[in-house]
Design a protein around this ligand. Sequence first.
Ligand code: GDP
Length: 361
Amino acid sequence: SLTIGIVGLPNVGKSTLFNALTKNDVLAANYPFATIEPNIGVVGVPDPRLDRLAEIFGSQRVLPATVDFVDIAGIVRGASEGEGLGNKFLANIRESDAICQVIRAFQDENVVHVDGRISPKSDIETIDTELILADLQTIEKVLPRLQKEARVKKDKQPVVKAVEEAKAILEDGRTLFSAGIAQGSERAEPLYELHLLTVKPFLYVFNVDEDELADEAFKEEQRALVAPAEAVFLNAKLESDLGELDDEEALELLQSVGQEEPGLATLARAGFETLGLQTYLTAGPKEARAWTIPKGATAPEAAGVIHTDFQKGFIKAEVISFDDLVDAGSVAEARARGKARMEGKDYVMQDGDVVEFRFNV
Ligand code: GDP
């Protein structure tokens, strides 16, 4: 499954956040015997629709979609110089599908900031700089060979053009993602063979003081700083505390700081969005469940997420949109109202589709 790597300067609250993430491990809760890597935190993407489906179908349990966060500890500054730990740091980022930078915005005289001052903007620039330098090194290594190849192989010319364009952006101090060349986009395609770091989608977590959580003006300012990336605001210590409370106590604590849901829930949702994912839903007496698919996935591809045999033997999908199902109150009534659609192999899945697949075995 896709993973999001957590990075950040020292002392910004990465460990505290990661701790909170692992306390909330939905995988551990739903599959007690699953082995989980110590540096991976699996977080559920809260989806109230599942609870509604569980009521309609009498499901015994609810299984939300999940997002995997990987703790990429290690040095940041100087990483691109490629000494031992720096290499490992960059290799870990290379393996992630998105990059989540934790930024310190909390004030605490007892916690030293590595640069002696709190400045989200310069923290972002520090990380960006290392990743940009690493990408420039990659490009400088391969560009002469690519240019040579392109002289005889005309089909290599678009790659050279894209790499040269990327180089100019990086030399200008910008990440490729922020310049609109994001992984998955057409413009990033010719660059794939280089495995660049800054094409990965970015996501920012501002670790803020409790009283800043509801400060809309502050948040708007930070959002503008990181756009088009998503910004999530949370207090890592508070998130860690929430993991130790029961639901009612947790809600009370959240309300006391003007929040409706845990920051981790917001983070999971933002992570899901950043990875370009969406869900479809299935429900029965055993479970109501959200399944993860890339945006734009077709019905057979969606079926394949449940089981490869479902994809191979795909015949059709019976699809009812969540709202229609809730209006009708049952599958039988939805069918009677003509709200159950039979979709074939070219159907592109929509968010909130409640699905039953028909397949040959
Ligand atoms: P890391 O180096 O980025 O992993 O940072 P840590 O999670 O180890 O946090 C560094 C220090 O900051 C620790 O003493 C934490 O207790 C403290 N810390 C983390 N988050 C917060 C926060 O939201 N508020 C305050 N006041 N301190 C925090």
